[in-house]
Design a binder for this molecule. Structure first.
Ligand SMILES: C[N+](C)(C)CCCC[C@H](N)C(=O)O
Ligand SMILES: O=C(O)CCC(=O)C(=O)O
Ligand SMILES: [Fe+2]
Length: 421
């Protein structure tokens, strides 16, 4: 309940779907009435009014479990789960989709209490469970979220009292790992406690949930304020909230931080839920949310320091949403690394700056800021596609180690433990 309700807040009413394409074909269109050939609803036995279907020129319409679904005929042929079309052992399609006539129509259609049965012109029979269709239809997907989340500001996060997971339980039990991953998926951040403060022990943690993503910064990195790289992260300066590696075509999915040493003052870590802020933008100004999700931008990293020569460019909008349900899945926000804007005309640029300002205002609200002091022994995992991080300026010697993780593999681990990810 927690997840569904809050995650739903992230879904935008789709402004692009009001076209006539989605209108029922038997309803008057453009003021004209659809005449005689209007399709007819076939109901199952009178006692099961929950299912009805009708055939149209190019698709089948099915009402089941309060969902009105429309299926293209090629789709229905392509997804056939018969033994000759689909290998249920490997979950792979055997049917060559290119061999299906794009004008294909079923020769016969029958629906009983549980199953839709289609006979194709060549005599091949396709059966679909009605429950399977609800789960796998576009209309069914549209009503669901891919990633249940709890959006937070500082108060929501504190009140939830999300526990840190103990290192041993994380490494040695499935329950510990699952609890950690559930917290991570819901909040976009999670802590492991009582970790031995070394790079090697941090690496073992990372490898428990994923593969380490090696980048231009190395596999496992150490960093201090030694100016060894051409980036402000390697200084003592404050860093405003941002996501990392915005200049990669696919920004790193997860960032791991473990502070191994700090003898000095300051240096607290700032965390802000980017999706919570984006959600506020959506409520206040949906057209600005839409602009942030449509306007492509470049981020860039140019480095020429010592032996390090790098030039990275990543392209994409600030907000990335799934087009079928408008659910946010990635925020790319780094004002330091944002490149010259040359991908949009001047008038769009101005509206984009206004939208960016609205988002920045939300991201900077003090009540949205979670401040934590990272200490040796406490490792922090951050969803770099959702939660922004920053840091306070500091004095003294401070050493952080960590790594990036490949997102697919974190989600893989979570799914194998039975979590929705
Ligand atoms: C974490 N580590 C110190 C290795 C790299 C820092 C990368 C900093 C860069 N400005 C970015 O935001 O991507
Ligand atoms: O020093 C820190 O706490 C974080 C610096 C930073 O943003 C990074 O390494 O990505
Ligand atoms: Fe960073």
């Amino acid at each position: 309940m927690w997840c569904r309700r809050l995650a739903c807040l992230l879904r935008v009413p789709c402004q692009l779907s009001g076209s006539t394409r989605h209108r029922s074909p038997w309803l008057p269109r453009d003021g004209r009435t659809v005449l005689a050939a209007a399709p007819r609803w076939h109901h199952m036995a009178p006692e099961s009014l929950k299912c009805a279907w009708q055939l149209h020129g190019d698709h089948l319409e099915l009402r089941y479990a309060n969902t009105l679904m429309r299926f293209d005929f090629v789709w229905l042929r392509d997804h056939c789960r018969s033994a000759s079309c689909y290998n249920a052992k490997t979950n792979q399609r055997s049917l060559d989709t290119a061999s299906v006539d794009l004008g294909i129509k079923p020769k016969a259609v029958r629906v009983d209490e549980t199953t839709l049965v289609l006979t194709w012109p060549d005599g091949h029979v396709t059966r679909y469970g009605l429950e399977w269709l609800v789960k796998n239809s576009y209309e069914g997907q549209k009503q669901q979220v891919m990633h249940p989340r709890i959006l937070w500001n500082a108060e929501i996060y504190h009140q939830a009292q999300v526990p840190s997971v103990d290192c041993r339980s994380f490494l040695e039990t499935d329950e510990g790992l699952k609890e950690f991953l559930q917290n991570f998926l819901l909040y976009g951040i999670a802590f492991v406690e009582n970790v031995t403060p070394t790079k090697e022990d941090t690496e073992i943690l990372a490898e428990r949930i994923s593969l380490i993503r090696e980048t231009i910064y190395g596999r496992m990195w150490y960093f201090t304020s030694d100016f060894s790289r051409g980036d402000t992260a390697y200084t003592k300066l404050a860093l405003d909230r941002h996501t990392d590696t915005t200049y990669f075509q696919e920004p790193c999915g997860i960032q791991v931080f473990h502070c191994l040493k700090h003898e000095g003052t300051g240096g607290r870590t700032l965390l802000v839920d980017g999706f919570y802020a984006a959600e506020q933008v959506l409520r206040q100004a949906p057209e600005q949310f839409e602009l942030l999700s449509k306007v492509p931008l470049k981020h860039e990293y140019v480095e020429n320091v010592g032996d390090c020569h790098n030039h990275m460019i990543g392209v994409g909008p600030v907000l990335n949403v799934y087009p079928w349900n408008n659910e946010l899945y990635l925020i790319r926000y780094n004002n330091y690394d944002r490149a010259v804007i040359n991908t949009v005309p001047y008038d769009v640029v101005h509206r984009w700056y206004a939208a960016h300002r609205t988002l920045t205002t939300e991201l900077r609200r003090p009540e949205n800021e979670l401040w934590v002091k990272l200490k040796p022994g406490k490792a922090l995992f951050i969803d770099n596609w959702r939660v922004l991080h920053g840091r306070e300026a500091f004095t003294g010697y401070r050493q952080l180690c960590g790594c990036y993780l490949t997102r697919d593999d974190v989600l893989n681990t979570a799914r194998l433990l039975g979590l929705q990810a």
